[in-house]
Design a protein around this ligand. Structure first.
Ligand code: BTN
Length: 268
């Protein structure tokens, strides 16, 4: 758990033009940047605090899954947020995170990634980045804080991808071709900057245009799991709350929220 003062200083410099950035807290290794950020938020750290680790020993994905976070391979970051009343829709927040990552990668590498509902970033059917938003509520039911955790694969791990994700994972270096790989702290800063530009505009959801334009499920036949069963339908729309609207073969329309569905996949 050694703090990395050099990275903290450099990330703060990269974000010196971002008025919503508060503080950088960087480590060589943490169990999970989301868990550490949660601890800091509970102790009262401000919105705009960024926690970063070079590797995670217990990186968490959605729905209790692991997120592989080997050293020198990825950007593993968590951002503390304290949403105001009009920003308090979990689905919109995660969609906003996906667009911020999409834009940051495009800005620094020129690679135009796909967004897979609800909040994964893909390129040519392989996963490049996962996003996990975790919320803590007050007794009155509003958000006390939200931790926005983002993991972007930058280079393939030295020892290769873990078996479960071999064949389905990719990294930015594999997509950049001859282009230099963006600096990790610069990429982190770009994500934070894009994030706040979108988040501060809520409840304006103009960013959903970018979300929809880059969606790899919209207009496709998709399969998804809900309550333990698998369903297939046409992904017809992403609505203004970033929910996925499915049209079934019998003509019925179903609106899927972020928390209730596992694994939405295009059916080939
Ligand atoms: C997913 O793919 O299901 C979401 C993955 C989110 C991974 C990031 S890495 C930084 C932050 N810390 C964690 O433990 N998880 C998130």
């Amino acid at each position: 758990m050694k703090r990395d003062a050099l990275s903290e200083e450099k990330l703060s410099q990269f974000l010196s033009d971002c008025p919503w950035f508060s503080e950088a807290v960087c480590f060589d290794v943490l169990p999970s940047t989301n868990d550490y950020a949660k601890q800091l938020a509970t102790e009262g750290k401000q919105e705009g605090t960024v926690v970063l680790a070079d590797s995670q020993t217990a990186g968490k994905g959605r729905l209790g899954r692991r997120f592989f976070s080997p050293e020198h391979s990825g950007l593993y970051m968590s951002l503390i947020l304290r949403p105001k009343a009009f920003q308090q829709d979990a689905g919109l927040l995660t969609a906003c995170g996906a667009v911020a990552v999409h834009q940051a990668i495009l800005e620094l590498s020129g690679v135009c990634t796909d967004i897979k509902w609800v909040n994964d970033i893909y390129f040519k059917n392989k996963k490049l980045c996962g996003i996990l938003a975790e919320s803590q509520f007050t007794s009155s039911g509003s958000f006390d804080f939200v931790i926005l955790g983002i993991g972007i694969n930058l280079v393939p791990p030295k020892e290769g991808y873990a078996e479960e994700i071999r064949g389905t994972a990719t990294s930015l270096s594999e997509l950049c071709g001859c282009q230099p790989l963006p600096d990790k702290l610069n990429l982190c800063a770009a994500v934070v900057r894009h994030w706040f530009l979108l988040y501060n505009k809520l409840p304006d959801t103009e960013f959903l245009k970018i979300y929809r334009e880059n969606s790899c499920v919209l207009g496709e036949r998709v399969s998804y799991q809900k309550n333990g069963a698998t369903y297939v339908g046409m992904a017809e729309e992403i609505d203004d709350l970033a929910r996925l609207v499915i049209r079934h073969e019998d003509g019925k329309r179903e609106v899927l929220g972020t928390g209730e569905v596992n694994m939405v996949r295009p059916v080939l």
